[in-house]
Write a protein that binds this ligand. Structure first.
Ligand code: NAD
Length: 387
């Protein structure tokens, strides 16, 4: 019989919804499942928020006390879906209690906290994972396969962008994502880290960076409540405005250990861009393009093709591609955000059951936090900064 593992999920907002859905759906896609995720306890700030999340997301129990919950002997896995400044304390407590921990990105709100989390993970020896789900889009995993097989030769250039527009309206509310004390940083930590994670996944470690990190909207109306409304603004709001103390955008040049160069951009202020997460990778023998807004597709150009046939071709991911055995039986039926979280859940549970570490675990994701820290430092100094 397939084993069951009890999950305590901390935070019942946007990511709580995505993770709860993945726990329910993972065995429906990947069967036999490595283990069945059992939605045991959900924790939020208040009893009523937790009870609401319990009823909505299908957990047995609700709690407003994360500390007691992560120390319960009947909990196997702790899942952290709370704002960034809470990740370290919850994760370290859970690791000391011997739990396996999956934590939303970014790893933490400061580099010091991230280092402490990586050390606690090392000491506990349990399985950890940071939820960089975009690298689990089948088309991105296919890009990785092609790069590893040498299909585009040696990578010489990586261009990554993550452009959104939900904070372009200056009257969008000042949620936790615009407060350094909670988020740690703005576009850099929130979405730039996804691009850095994919750069590491596809090209390898980044060694030095130079960045510009402006803040365009200096004040915003204060938002009530703990769940980020992601830019939804009440235009008649007369809420008091408060200072934004994080970056709105990062524009950067990077150098990889391999000798490859690249650029990384991230902003939540690009009107008309929704989830424009793009990769363009040039190698000595070809190129690869990916755009998350068309995430069933990978565009490839192989220089070894006959001259008259050279050009980009579009591959629609399906059963022949990474994770295809678990997903839909026909290419281009549609990969969504949900599928990336289901795959993430599968890879995490598989690692827990096998006693291994998925990629990226806390120690590996620390490198992404070091790059984020260097981007922020360079934004201040204007200089090239080392990792
Ligand atoms: N992987 C991705 O694509 C992705 C997308 C969005 C957010 N995230 C990350 O997920 C995390 C959560 O973001 P979100 O968008 O779900 O936020 P959210 O504002 O929608 O939800 C956060 C939830 O945590 C609760 N909470 C806050 N402090 C708590 C505490 N101390 N104990 C228990 N509950 C607490 C809030 O009440 C709220 O329900 C962040 O680290 C964010 O960066 C990742």
């Amino acid at each position: 019989m397939t084993k069951t593992l009890n999950v305590a999920m901390i935070g019942g907002g946007f990511m709580g919804k995505a993770h709860a859905m993945a726990y329910a759906a993972m065995p429906m896609f990947f069967w036999p499942a490595p283990a069945i995720p059992h939605r045991k306890v959900v924790v939020d700030l208040t009893d009523s928020a937790a009870q609401d999340a319990r009823d909505r997301f299908g957990f047995d129990e609700a709690s407003s006390n994360w500390k007691d919950t992560v120390n319960r002997s009947d909990i196997d896995i702790v899942d952290i879906c709370t704002p960034n400044n809470t990740h370290a304390q919850i994760a370290i407590e859970a690791l000391r209690a011997g739990k396996h921990v999956i934590c939303e990105k970014p790893l933490a709100s400061t580099l010091e906290e991230s280092i402490a989390m990586a050390e606690a993970a090392e000491a506990s020896g349990t399985t950890t994972m940071v939820a960089f789900n975009y690298r689990r889009t089948p088309a991105v995993a296919l890009a990785k396969k092609f790069i590893e097989e040498g299909k585009i030769g040696d990578v010489i250039n990586f261009r990554g962008t993550y452009l959104q527009d939900w904070s372009a309206d200056p009257n969008g509310p000042l949620s936790w994502r615009f407060q350094k004390s909670i988020a740690g940083s703005g576009a850099v930590g929130d979405i730039g880290t996804h691009v850095v994670d994919m750069a590491h996944y596809l090209v390898g470690p980044i060694e030095t960076v130079q960045a510009i990190t402006p803040t365009y909207v200096k004040t915003r109306p204060m938002q009530q409540g703990s769940v980020d409304k992601l830019g939804a603004s009440d235009k008649s709001s007369d809420a008091e405005r408060a200072e934004v103390d994080v970056d709105d955008e990062v524009m950067s040049m990077v150098r990889f250990k391999s000798g490859a160069i690249g650029s990384i951009e991230a902003t939540r202020n690009a009107w008309g861009r929704n989830n424009f997460l793009t990769l363009e990778i040039h190698g000595t023998k070809g190129s690869i393009l990916f755009n998350y807004e068309r995430r069933d597709e990978l565009q490839v150009m192989f220089a070894e093709d006959p001259t008259e046939a050279r050009g980009f071709r579009t591959i629609y991911t399906g059963p022949a591609h990474p994770y295809g055995e678990g997903l839909w039986p026909i290419p281009a039926l549609g990969i969504g955000y949900g599928e990336t979280k289901i795959i993430e859940c599968y890879d995490f549970f598989k690692a827990v059951v096998e006693g291994t570490q998925p990629s990226p675990n806390f120690q590996e994701a620390l490198l992404t936090e070091k790059v984020a820290d260097a981007l922020l430092r360079s934004g201040k100094t204007g200089e090239w900064e080392s990792i």
